[in-house]
Design a protein around this ligand. Structure first.
Ligand SMILES: [Zn+2]
Length: 89
């Protein structure tokens, strides 16, 4: 049920994932996955993706945040095969 996130950048790289998730907020308070390569928060540092990607990611996190508030359980977006973060409604 819960997405199988890598917990460290080392684990992510070993599993061929571009992101990992610690559950620890970044310095700006985003409880978001981090990039395995840079260890940067994916919200603060959307890398050189398109504007479309950034908007989709923000929407995914917004939905995840609302779902977390609603249920009391932490929800985080999933990463699809193309590396996009998605949050089912
Ligand atoms: Zn951040």
């Amino acid at each position: 049920m819960t997405a199988e996130y890598a917990k460290t950048s080392t684990e992510a790289k070993a599993r061929g994932l571009s992101i990992y998730f610690t559950g620890t907020p970044c310095e700006r308070g985003h409880v978001a996955p981090r990039w395995a390569i840079s260890k940067q928060c994916t919200v603060c540092q959307p890398m050189d993706r398109s504007r479309e990607y950034v908007d989709a990611m923000r929407l995914a996190f917004e939905r995840a945040f609302m779902a977390t508030l609603k249920t009391g359980f932490l929800h985080v977006p999933h990463q699809d095969e193309d590396g996009w973060l998605v949050m089912p409604v």
